[in-house]
Design a protein around this ligand. Structure first.
Ligand code: PLP
Length: 355
C-alpha cells in the first residue's frame, strides 16, 4: 500500500462543457500522480499534486537515450454515476514487462493500480458522461539522472496524467483504410517491440506520414527481418476472420501484447469461434482477400476498442474488405466490450473494477 500525500489545487480549471468537442489527448485534469525512484531508496514520495509543468536538467537521460515506459487505459462513467476501470491489473503487469526490458525498476502491481485509482478518484468529476466519452489515463516513467553516459539511470519519475477524451467514433464504427508497409519496419525480435515505450513510436512516424499522405489512416507492419509476416497496426493489434476462423499474429516479441487483443480473443473463444494465434504471411492475407475468404479485418486497442478495416493497400494493389462495411463479428465485439466497460452488460470475468 502506498501512502499517498494529496495536495489539492487552489485554482481548479474550467471543465469542458457538455457538448464541447473533447478530441483526444489535449485537455488535462486538475491533478496528477507523481512518485520518485532513487537507487538505494526505491520508489518513494508518492503524491497527488496540481497538474503542472515539471523541471528537468537538459542532461536528463530521458532526453538522450529514451529510457521511458508508458501505459494507456481509460476510466468510464456508468449510467448510475459509478466510475469503472477495465482490467487495470493487466496494465500494471505489462508496465513491468516493459520496465524490465528497459532496465527501469519495477513498480509493485498493486501500487500501480492504487496510484491510478487514487488520481482518477480525485478528478472523477472530470470524467465525461456523454455516450462513448471517457477519461484517458496515461501512466509513464522517465529516467531523470543528469548524466550523458549510456547506462541505466539511477533515478526515475513515475507519473499518471488524465485527459478527458471524446467518442472515438462520432457516428458509429467507421471502417478505415490501412497501408501495408513493405519498406520501413517497426521492431525486430530481440528488440523492444513488445514494450510500450516511446522508441517504438519514434521508429513508426516516417511510415505513418507516408501512409497519411496517401490517404490511409494507419500502417500495418510486417516483421522486421523478412518483411513477410503480419505484425500489428500503429497502436493496435490486428485480427482477421478467414473462412469463419479468427486468425491473429502470435505474440513473438516484436508485437505489443494488447489488453484489448487478449479480451477480444477470450470473447471469441467463449462464443465458440476457433481462434488461431500464429504466423500469418502477407501472401496468405492477399490470397484470402482475392478468393473471398477474408471476411472481416479489425484492429484492437484501448482508444478505439475495435476498429474495422475497410480497405488494405499492399504495393500497388488495393483490396476492399466486406464491401467497406463493418463486419457482424466486429460490431458484436464492440458492443460486448463497450457494454462491459460502461457497466451496461454483465461482467462475468472480473474485468471491470469500480473506483
Ligand atoms: C498500446 C498498444 C496497442 C494496444 O494495446 P491495448 O492494451 O489493447 O490498448 C497495440 N500496439 C501498440 C504498438 C501499442 O502501443
Amino acid at each position: 500500500m502506498l501512502n499517498i500525500r494529496v495536495e489539492k489545487t487552489q485554482n481548479p480549471k474550467k471543465k469542458p462543457a457538455k457538448g464541447d468537442k473533447l478530441g483526444f489527448g489535449h485537455i488535462f485534469t486538475d491533478h496528477m500522480f507523481m512518485m520518485n525512484y532513487d537507487e538505494g531508496q526505491g520508489w518513494h514520495d508518492a503524491r497527488i499534486v496540481p497538474f503542472q509543468n515539471i523541471t528537468l536538467s537538459p542532461a536528463a537521460m530521458v532526453f538522450h537515450y529514451g529510457q521511458t515506459m508508458f501505459e494507456g487505459l481509460k476510466a468510464y462513467k456508468g449510467d448510475n454515476g459509478e466510475v469503472y476501470l477495465f482490467r487495470p491489473d493487466m496494465n500494471a503487469k505489462r508496465a513491468n514487462n516493459s520496465n524490465k526490458r528497459l532496465c527501469i525498476p519495477s513498480i509493485p502491481e498493486e501500487d500501480f493500480v492504487q496510484a491510478v485509482k487514487a488520481v482518477v478518484d480525485i478528478d472523477r468529476d472530470w470524467i465525461p458522461d456523454e455516450p462513448g466519452t471517457s477519461l484517458y489515463i496515461r501512466p509513464f516513467v522517465i529516467s531523470t539522472d543528469d548524466h550523458l553516459g549510456v547506462a541505466p539511470s539511477k533515478s526515475y519519475l513515475f507519473m499518471v496524467i488524465l485527459s478527458p477524451s471524446g467518442a472515438y467514433y462520432e457516428s458509429g464504427l467507421a471502417p478505415v483504410g490501412i497501408w501495408i508497409e513493405d519498406d520501413y519496419v517497426r521492431a525486430v525480435r530481440g528488440g523492444i517491440g513488445f514494450a510500450k515505450t516511446g522508441g517504438n513510436y519514434a521508429a513508426s512516424l516516417a511510415a505513418q506520414v507516408k501512409a497519411h499522405d496517401d490517404g490511409y489512416s494507419q500502417v500495418l507492419w510486417l516483421d522486421g527481418v523478412e518483411r513477410k509476416y503480419i505484425e500489428e497496426v500503429g497502436a493496435m493489434n490486428i485480427v482477421f476472420k478467414i473462412s469463419g476462423k479468427i486468425v491473429t499474429p502470435m505474440l513473438n516479441g516484436s508485437i505489443l501484447p494488447g489488453i484489448t487483443r487478449d479480451s477480444v480473443l477470450t470473447l471469441c473463444r467463449d462464443w465458440g469461434y476457433e481462434v488461431e494465434e500464429r504466423k500469418i504471411s502477407v501472401d496468405e492475407l492477399i490470397e484470402a482477400a482475392h478468393n473471398g475468404t477474408l471476411e472481416e479485418v479489425f484492429g484492437t486497442g484501448t482508444a478505439a476498442v475495435v476498429s474495422p478495416v475497410g480497405k488494405l493497400r499492399y504495393k500497388n494493389e488495393v483490396f476492399e474488405i466486406g464491401g467497406g462495411k463493418i463486419g457482424e463479428l466486429t460490431q458484436k465485439l464492440y458492443d460486448e466490450l463497450t457494454g462491459i466497460q460502461w457497466g451496461k452488460r454483465p461482467d462475468t470475468r472480473g474485468w471491470r473494477q469500480t473506483v
